[in-house]
Write a protein that binds this ligand. Structure first.
Ligand SMILES: Cc1ncc(COP(=O)(O)O)c(C=O)c1O
Length: 396
């Protein structure tokens, strides 16, 4: 049976070129970068060269780039690290003008941010979760209204993982710094790095997170960018690796692989973006034309070229996913990270969809190996499956 993978926002296959760049570091070049002899120093050189490539990708200084186990770790390090540095003293809360330190984020962040913020709320921090409009976009006006004299940090994702919407990061960064240069601005760029410019100065961010497995590197490696001078306390204690800011022996092969993946993104971005925009636009146009009572979720314009997210009225998303699976088509309802739960997507409900409509949603995410035939196959199978599910639905 034909297999059509349309879930690149969940994860991507590791690029063959990335695998071959990594290969020697598992075997003959296996040294520990902390070892002083030649084998170790070769591994050290590979890590530092990868750091330079990461820095180039971000328009940053190499020492501002830390390698982590992925975006979840980077986001935890960032948020908890700033909270501890700015909002805690002797293990307790450090009040600012008699009030709890304050963090601003949005209702549509990944759980790596939301659950970290909830953890800090339990410690006494105050957190504002900004709403989004129906298009899935944060309005800068609401951010400005939420900033207070106690705000220590703002965390807004660059691209949403479910609906692919691109947030106005540079504008938000400007508003944050107008309020106070001391406020740390973090962005989760996990879903952006493959498609958008991640130059940290243009974005106006102090911290940024990247996940290797969204850009054709392996799972379990990522980047945590920290602008020099940012007040932050590392959250992982142990050895002195990563300039004493992220303890633990470096995952040399994966770090080398991530750097190669970043180079490939830079080399191919324009071509991939153009091709995916064409395929994705065709997909959206055809789905809306062929499937009655279908709806595109999220802004049509402010979205990455790889993402389409649909709602089908009176269709249960999980059943749709499973029936497509039987045809060899892999897609997702909501976010893969949160699937396994039957809760409607927190992103779609924040955009004003009812829980029923949110349940009938499908994320189709394209990637660099997606072909026109893949899209045609998906379109051919989708329409009869939706019709069949509606026939058996109790809600007509
Ligand atoms: C927007 C976003 N942030 C964070 C993450 C978590 O990244 P990782 O899997 O590298 O921990 C993901 C992955 O699903 C994501 O899509």
């Amino acid at each position: 049976m034909r297999q059509v993978y349309l879930d690149y926002a969940a994860t991507t296959p590791t690029d063959a070129e990335v695998v071959s760049a990594m290969q020697p570091f598992f075997t003959e070049r296996f040294g520990n970068p902390s070892s002083l002899y030649t084998l170790g120093q070769e591994a050290r050189a590979a890590v530092e060269n990868s750091r330079k490539i990461g820095a180039d990708f971000l328009g940053a200084k190499p020492k501002e780039v830390l390698f982590t186990s992925g975006a979840t770790e980077s986001l935890n390090q960032a948020i908890k690290g700033v909270a501890e540095a700015r909002g805690m003293v002797n293990g307790g809360l450090k009040l600012i003008n008699g009030k709890a330190p304050h963090i601003i984020t949005t209702l549509i962040e990944h759980h790596a941010v939301l659950h970290t913020c909830q953890h800090l709320e339990r410690l006494g921090f105050s957190v504002t979760y900004l709403p989004v409009n129906q298009e899935g976009l944060v309005e800068v006006r609401s951010l400005k209204e939420a900033l207070t004299d106690q705000t220590i940090m703002v965390s807004v994702m660059y691209v949403n993982n479910e609906v692919g919407t691109i947030q106005p990061i540079a504008e938000i960064g400007k508003a944050v710094k107008e309020k106070s240069k001391e406020i740390v601005f973090l962005t989760d760029a996990a879903q952006a790095a493959g498609y958008l410019d991640c130059a940290v100065d243009q974005l106006g961010v102090d911290m940024l997170a990247i996940a290797g497995h969204k850009i054709y590197a392996p799972k379990g490696v990522g980047i945590f960018y920290v602008r020099s001078g940012t007040l932050w306390i590392p959250q992982q204690d142990g050895g002195g690796q990563e300039y004493r800011r992220r303890a633990g022996t470096e995952n040399v092969p994966y770090i080398v692989g991530l750097a190669r993946a970043m180079q490939l993104v830079q080399e191919n971005k324009e071509e991939v973006n153009n091709r995916l925009t064409h395929l994705r636009n065709k997909l959206i146009k055809e789905v809306l034309a062929r499937v009655p009572r279908s709806h595109l979720n999220g802004s049509q314009e402010q979205r990455v070229p790889s993402n389409a997210n649909f709602s089908f009225k009176n269709v249960e998303g999980e059943s749709l996913l499973l029936m497509l699976d039987q045809e060899g088509i892999y897609v997702s309802t909501g976010s893969a990270c949160s699937s396994g739960t039957l809760e409607p997507s927190h992103v779609l409900t924040a955009m004003g969809l009812t829980p029923e409509i949110a349940h009938g949603s499908l994320r189709v995410s394209l990637g660099k190996y997606t072909s026109e035939e893949d899209i045609n196959y998906f379109l051919e199978k989708l329409t009869p499956i939706v019709a069949k599910l509606r026939e058996t639905s109790p809600f007509k």
